[in-house]
Design a binder for this molecule. Sequence first.
Ligand code: PEP
Ligand code: MN
Length: 300
Amino acid sequence: MFVVYSGDLPDPRRIRQCPGVRDVHRISDDFKLVSSQWKQGRSTVTAGEVDFGPRDFQWIMGPCSVEGEDQLESVAAFLSSQGVRMMRGGVFKPRSSPYSFRGMGLEGLNMFRQVADRHGLGIVTEVMEVAQIDAMVDHVDVFQIGARNMQNFNLLEAVGKSGLPVLLKRSMSGTIEEFLQCAEYIYNVGNERILLCERGIRTFESAYRNTFDVNAISYLQARSHLPVIADPSHGVGLRRHVADIGLAAVAAGCDGLIVEIHPSPDSAVSDRNQTLYFDQAEKLIDAGRKVHALRSSLTL
Ligand code: PEP
Ligand code: MN
């Protein structure tokens, strides 16, 4: 068992002499448990039968929004043909406008679960509020916390207590320090299964939707032991560039990619401009595996 003590520290030499104490570490980071100062080496996070970590690069692919059974079936069949084991798809969608499609809700989640089970896939889906957790927990493999909820501390603690793995997205204006403190909220209630996700930040540049912060991949892995996933879809927001940015993230050493795909992207109900066709996704997977193999063979 470990105990985190913050505030004015007693002399660590005295604590070390107490019965039952094996070791005492002084961790200067504000985020103690997710810090690489506390735990050296990279953690592996298991979600269902899928491992995320240094030995297990993972792909998470699927539509921005769950739209119906035909769409789910088509994506799931494609993913299993590619050896991808995790499928994404939102049933509760945070939308900038209240008039946009806001998701199929629990009906969509039940449909998603059935289709995913038929194809042996795990589900990553966003939870937007504490009240949704109980109804979702038995149908989900990884809870996604969206960028807009990164600092929703009550939600972070509640998903932490749900016991499911959590994919935590960095907010569009969140610093690395803030991001890691948010992960700490989840870890601190006893949930170690956290995936950090860089999904682009808002800068002065308006040519693309967000600016993908490739620095964050390498930097997060230095400051934290948790796996780091990259989201090039929201990171650049333009289909033409998603594969390039995804490959850049793989070359930078990320532990997995989350990418939006759709059987007919131009009719997707959300995020169609950044959503890949299946043939583009297939090329990205193939290239990504090659870049990952090359990267793994290098010692930098
Ligand atoms: C999404 O994954 O579709 C999404 C809404 O992402 P983000 O929270 O990063 O904007
Ligand atoms: Mn999206």
